[in-house]
Design a protein around this ligand. Structure first.
Ligand code: ZN
Length: 567
């Protein structure tokens, strides 16, 4: 006990005497973002014998590994049109059939080109066992909000020439130039590790949570080639994405990078940015990358334990110079500040610990009080305008929140807000925030019609599981239209034989995947026809008239049900 006490004092003395001022790295400039575009020169690179990377065609790369008499595709790009362009080039290199597709994870820029690569040879599609669930979540219950926030973050509401690059790729092709998704779900899944051989190629898939929970990396032991998916690329990693995401577990991410390091790859072939060769170089870069992530994770927790809230931590967090100056940790996609907030909410949830934020006054009330404090709306507007003139764009933007909460349609306040967003965007080198500001400014223009980049197509809904569609129904119930309703229906799908019992009970929709006696209305349809109605691609009345949807029992109950659920 006594010894450990002295040891403690000694450590304390040493640590006090050794404290040094830490140098941090310079933040990037918009000019450097423009230079970063050279990362995405459009070409197909032969990384190693029989391994090809298509880069610059889409947000994400697609890779082909040549086997003895068939080939493997790793990631498929994000649309049918892009995939066709890449597939044609791969075909000219090696015309053998494609016998396997591997998804590194569920994100659309990696999976929505799959139908093109699969069309001739119907290959197995390998992925982690949770990938299908995450695909369905984005295509289903979260589609409206993820679509809207993604289109702002990637700048898809802006003309293409206004998007310098997206940090991890030249541009997001999904929702651009009328390109369309070609979704296929995985057919071969695994939990931790999967080893197989195709056409003489030995493949090991490792589950590697990081940028997503379903992330995997591909290891070709004979070729010493490693495909890290989105757990490694040439920019600070997106430890949180502002389009919205489940918690990205930084400790798991570091662990996944360590698994890669100790395999000692000689080729590192990421799904974004260019390939890297050389065991030493790869080891050095993976170490820098994992240290960058661990530094942010550990230091956020240290500050959390001192009682600091997310705002204070976001302000204090930094990368030391030896990490932040690495070209692989420049802030061209993720951001240490957002990452720290992600760590805070991942471990502690939304509450920052300050009692005043437990039950804050509603925003509209806060806005009214601020206007009163300023001595009236006109005075507050003047303060906001002065802040803008002094180039305090962020503060001016925050003041426009209050101004518009009081007068939502005021043209002067709207114009000032647009100017703030444009100024912030133009000075910003992180593409995600840059395009989020610039797109938000564009969307304030009343003549602009937003585009829905994940709008459902008949092609996509054909593949979309009916079970996932049922989940989407639940989150579209409108309480105001159903609080006094109590309706039981049966959906009977004539092609698959699946049956679902639905109970709309005072604002809540319970769905069971079996028949419960007592329904007042039975609906018979093919899955595809019902999916088209539920996504708004076809109308219910017309489907009833044409007979693609047949009804037994109370039609009034069916119409009452549909009027309670936004389609
Ligand atoms: Zn990606």
């Amino acid at each position: 006990m006594k010894n450990s006490f002295y040891l403690f004092i000694l450590v304390l003395l040493i640590s006090c005497s050794e404290e040094v001022e830490i140098e941090t790295s310079q933040s990037s400039t918009p000019d450097e973002l423009i230079e970063h575009s050279s990362e995405f020169k459009k070409e197909v690179i032969e990384v190693a014998d029989g391994i090809h990377m298509a880069i610059g065609y889409a947000l994400a790369n697609a890779m082909m590994v040549e086997g003895e008499d068939s080939n493997i595709i790793i990631d498929t790009t994000g649309t049918i049109e892009t995939a066709r362009e890449v597939k044609d080039i791969f075909h000219s290199i090696n015309p053998n059939p494609i016998s396997a597709i591997i998804y590194t994870h569920n994100h659309g820029d990696h999976v929505y080109g799959a139908s093109v690569f699969a069309e001739d040879s119907n290959p197995d599609i390998y992925a982690h066992s949770s990938t299908s669930k995450y695909i369905s979540r984005v295509v289903g219950i979260l589609r409206p909000i993820i679509s809207s926030r993604s289109s702002k973050m990637f700048g898809n509401v802006l003309p293409k020439e206004d998007v310098e690059n997206n940090g991890i790729g030249p541009f997001l092709e999904i929702g651009r130039d009328e390109r369309t998704p070609g979704l296929l779900y995985p057919t071969k899944v695994f939990d931790d590790e999967l080893e197989f051989e195709i056409s003489g190629i030995k493949v090991v898939l490792y589950h590697a949570p990081g940028e997503t929970n379903d992330q995997l990396f591909v290891w070709l032991p004979d070729k010493k080639a490693l495909f890290p998916g989105d757990n490694f690329y040439k920019t600070f990693p997106n430890l949180y994405t502002i389009r919205g995401t489940p918690y990205r577990d930084l400790a798991g991410w570091v662990n996944s990078l360590d698994m890669m390091r100790y395999l000692e790859p000689e080729y590192l072939i990421p799904s974004h940015t260019r390939p890297i060769s050389g065991k030493e170089e790869i080891s050095k870069l993976l170490t820098t990358y994992r240290d960058g992530i661990q530094f942010i994770h550990d230091q956020t927790i240290r500050l959390m334990n001192q009682g600091l809230g997310p705002d204070e931590i976001a302000e204090r967090i930094y990368l030391p110079k030896h990490l932040g100056d690495s070209p692989f940790l420049k802030e061209f996609y993720g951001s240490p500040e957002w990452s720290a907030r992600n760590v805070f909410s991942g471990y502690l949830g939304w509450f920052d610990g300050n009692p005043s934020t437990l039950k804050p006054v509603p925003k509209y009330k806060e806005a009214k009080n601020i206007v009163d404090l300023a001595g009236g709306w006109e005075n507050l507007f003047k303060l906001a305008e002065d802040s803008f003139k002094k180039e305090e764009y962020q503060w001016a933007l925050q003041l426009t929140d209050y101004l518009l909460l009081n007068k939502p349609d005021n043209d002067d306040a709207l114009l000032l807000r647009i100017s703030c967003l444009e100024a912030l965007g133009e000075n910003e080198s992180n593409p995600n925030s840059r395009y989020y500001y610039l797109s938000s400014a564009t969307l304030l223009d009343k003549s602009y019609k937003p585009n829905d980049i994940l709008a459902p197509t008949l092609e996509v809904i054909k593949k979309y599981p009916i079970e996932a569609m049922m989940e989407t129904l639940k989150v579209n119930v409108i309480p105001e239209k159903s609080i006094d309703k109590n309706i039981q229906l049966l959906f009977n799908f004539t092609d698959s034989g699946k049956k679902f019992s639905l109970f709309l009970r005072k604002g809540v929709l319970e769905i069971q995947s079996f028949e419960v006696p007592g329904s007042s209305v039975q609906v018979m349809a093919k899955e595809e026809d019902m999916k088209a109605v539920l996504t708004g691609l076809k109308s219910l009345p017309i489907s009833l008239v044409t007979g693609s949807i047949k009804v037994n029992g109370s039609k009034a109950d069916l119409l009452s049900f549909f009027s309670s659920v936004r389609s």
